[in-house]
Structures are given as C-alpha cells and as structure tokens.
Design a protein around this ligand. Structure first.
Ligand code: HPA
Ligand code: ZN
Length: 333
C-alpha cells in the first residue's frame, strides 16, 4: 500500500486542535453575513491572503479577529460540525478539542452559549458517525491568572463534560508558573491538565509545565531537544508530545518541513503524535499533516503506524478503547 492510502486507512486520534482554528473563511463569511457583522475583508480570497504569518503572535492577532463573528449557539455548532465532517473524511475517529472561552466571554458571549453549541455538535457526531471526543478548556496565557480563575468558575456547571484544562496563546513572557494556582484549583475540581510549552518558548517552560502544572501531555514541546536532561525525562516517563508540523512550518518554528525534528524525536523514542492545531489557518487537516511530514522526512509505513498508535496511547481514552484502536492500527498493511 502506498503512503497516501495507508494514511487514509489508518484510524487516528487528534489531540491538539483548537476549534476556533478550524474556522474556514467561507463559513466565517457566511456567519458574518447572517449576524450582520462587517469585517475588514471583502472576500474569502482576501481573508486567505492575510494568512501570511511570521510567528505565533502574527497568527494569533488574526485568529482572534476571525472568532469575533461567532455570537450564537448555532454559530459554535456550525463551526464544530464543519470540523467533525473533516474528521470523518480523514478517519479521525477520536478528537480531544481545545476551546478558548475567554476569546468569546471577553466579547460578551455567554460561556453557556459557546459551550452548548460546541458540545451539541460533538454529541451529534458521536451519534451519527461514532466519532468520540473530549473537551479541553484552555486559558489564554496573555491574560491574568485572575481572569483564568474567573473562567474556571464559569466552567463548573459544565464540569462533567470538560475533561481537562490547557494553556494557549502567546507563549514567550507568559510561563506556566504564572498559572500554577489556577491549575491546582482545576485539578482539585477533577480536571486533568495539559499545556502548550516549548513551541516558541524555551525548554524551561516544558519543565515548569511538568513540575508545576502536572501536565499529562505537552502541546508542541518541539524545543525539548535543546535540553538533554529534559529529553531523558520525557523518554523515561513516556510523556507524549502533541506535535503540529504544518503549524510549525507556517509559524516559522522550523524554516522548512525537512528541518522539522519530528523524526529525530521519534528515533529517540519520544511518544510523538501528529496533529493539525489550527487547520483552517495552517493549510491542512490531520491527513495533510501526516502526508506532508511523511514526504519531507521520509517516514516509513512502520513509522506512520507508530504515529497513529501513539495518538491513541497518548489520548485520554479508556485502556480498552486504546487497545481496540491500536490493534486496528497494527493490523493495517
Ligand atoms: N499556540 C499557542 N496558542 C494557540 C495556538 C498555538 O499553536 N493555536 C491557537 N492558539
Ligand atoms: Zn495549539
């Protein structure tokens, strides 16, 4: 089987996906129109042309701008459902999605409005197509810890449907230690924890995420190779990294995909996974990330299967569900 077919056929879990980052310009335009919101863009093409990023912040500015047109429960439902349709096409059978409440509550959208729209779409995709999911609530790290506490409190009525908390947005200058107390409070409410670290920020932020925020996975984490002691820990403790190759390329974390360190990490025995991060902005959903990475780094079929198996192992699925999917991965030829 060639790589393309293998990638299509492999069941996969996606573990690093911002639902606001799946907002395709066509849908953005449609929702802006029905909500009677005018944007500075005249056409879908103009929006796409603006997607020229040189670092994380240049992306975040436009990502928050795009989210401004989301107002009603139906808007969040349509956004999420459009992503789930792509999951089905890519054989992503399980997804653990990030959502950013503060991006919406700061604009006056109620937590419940946003939450119910996203959650209903996830429920419907499970019923219709058997796609399973978890929700991970991210705090925006450029805002204060006090603001994160406010968001944590707003989430409590919906706690049974939120598995974990995470940390995203502008990394440099906003270390994990800034959020130690709110993560402790989240854990005492029963939330698991993950955090973006070592995307643009230093390896020291990965240490902090592990030691202070007690994370179960590191989102991105590609700068871990700069610290050999950290590498040893990540390998020994089997700490998964949710790597996003096309995101790293578009945000200039690596100059070219050929220079990406994913294969080095894989060769060292790190539990790496491939994910799409913000696919509407970075030019590809899960399979496109697998395809382009495999081509650039010369990944073998066995390595592609390892990556798919890792995606289930690193997930928050039950032990028996992990086993079930991993056996389907290994039986592909
Ligand atoms: N990094 C940090 N914050 C984000 C990202 C990312 O890749 N995507 C959406 N918010
Ligand atoms: Zn991310």
């Amino acid at each position: 089987m060639n790589h393309l077919e293998l990638i299509k056929n492999l069941p996969k879990a996606e573990l690093h996906l911002h639902i606001e980052g799946t907002f395709e310009p066509e849908l953005m335009f449609e929702i802006a129109r029905r909500n009677q919101i005018s944007t500075r863009f005249k056409s879908v093409e103009e929006i796409r042309e603006a997607y020229n990023f040189h670092n994380l912040q240049s992306f975040l500015d436009i990502y928050y701008e795009g989210a401004n047109v989301l107002l009603h429960e139906r808007d969040f439902y349509d956004l999420t459902m459009a992503y789930l349709v792509r999951c089905r096409e890519d054989n992503v059978v399980h997804t653990e999605i990030f959502f950013d409440p503060q991006t919406h509550t700061e604009r006056g959208v109620a937590f419940a409005t946003m939450f119910r729209g996203i959650h209903q779409a996830l429920q419907d995709a499970k019923k219709e197509w058997g796609i399973t999911s978890h929700m991970i609530m991210c705090f925006l790290r450029h805002l204060s810890e006090e603001d994160a506490f406010k968001t944590l409190n707003e989430s409590l009525p919906f706690k049974k449907d939120i598995l974990a908390v995470g940390l995203d947005s502008s990394e440099v200058g906003h270390p994990p230690s800034k959020f130690q107390k709110v993560f402790e409070a989240a854990m005492s409410e029963g939330y698991l924890t993950v955090a973006h670290a070592g995307e643009e920020g230093p390896a020291a932020y990965i240490w902090e995420a592990l030691d202070l925020l007690k994370v179960k996975r590191i989102d991105h984490g590609v700068r871990c190779l700069e610290d050999e002691k950290l590498m040893k820990r990540i390998i020994e403790e089997k700490i998964p990294l949710t790597v996003c190759p096309l995101s790293n390329l578009k945000l200039c974390v690596f100059k070219t995909l050929k220079e990406h360190n994913l294969k080095k990490l894989l060769d060292r025995g790190v539990k790496v996974t491939i994910n799409s991060d913000d696919p509407a902005y970075f030019g590809g959903y899960a399979n496109q990330n697998y395809i382009e990475t495999a081509a650039a780094l010369g990944l073998s079929s066995a390595e592609l299967k390892t990556l798919a198996a890792n995606s289930f192992e690193a997930s928050f699925l039950s032990h028996s569900d992990k086993e079930k999917w991993i056996s389907k991965v290994t039986s592909q030829n």
